[in-house]
Design a protein around this ligand. Sequence first.
Ligand SMILES: [Zn+2]
Length: 298
Amino acid sequence: MPELPEVETLRRDLARHLPGAVLRDLWTSGKALRLGRPLDVEAIRALTVGRRVLRLRRLAKYLLVDTDAGGALVVHLGMSGHLLVCPAAAPRAPHTHLVWRLDDGGRELRYVDPRRFGQVTTVLTGEEATLPELQLLGLEPLGRALTAARLAELLGASKRPLKTFLLDQTRVAGLGNIYVSEALFRARLHPSLPSDAAVAAAPALRDAIRSVISRAIANRGTTIRDYTDASGREGRNQLVLQVYGREGEPCFVCGGRVRRQVDSGRSTFFCPRCQPARSFRPAARSKKQRGQGRTGIR
Ligand SMILES: [Zn+2]
């Protein structure tokens, strides 16, 4: 499932290909995407067809393609969505749902989504806050508003487990299972610790969130199942994950076993020794972990 780093990688890739191009000839599969809602093809057409792409923006896990029509195409990739620029002659992948021809010679912009949990909609520039999906978004993990003090305030106001708190897009936006597991491990926090018991850990948690997200972007995303970047290549961040997907394997820091815990059908991976269930004690990073930051795969 694409999370913030994968969407940011896609944004950066598309930002090299799309701005300046004019979108033409919209084709759609006629299939509904998220929640079985039909696409508003007329609204999409009005903001894109015959219009020049100005820039690509990202709000949490939403990708916004701004055009000179004064609005943006808003894309959420859901579980398996993908937006790519490819030669018009390339065969269309199964489950292709939207296609635009680009006017700059022989290329197409395509939206492909096998599981159809994604969303393609539109918004007028400056009215982003009116979209229900966008108006509730919490703090951007890499933005300036996510200070340790602000995070401490949010933690202090919640009794929910840290994992649930971090997955809630209205607090900190854009984190999913992978990066919540990784950030909690890095901050040495147990996923079930009540949020208001972790207020003192806010600086460590903030640094951990920014660090795992930045590293994942530098690694061009994490490929667990089917995420690929705009040109179809897999990310490399799965090679440096510390706990996610490593149930039963040795912890890189203490050598203990990584455990998996399932709440509401969602897995969290953690090390019970490095992330004790109760108290929070800031700990120095181990030599091994420090070394990985410098010499590991980037
Ligand atoms: Zn450990």
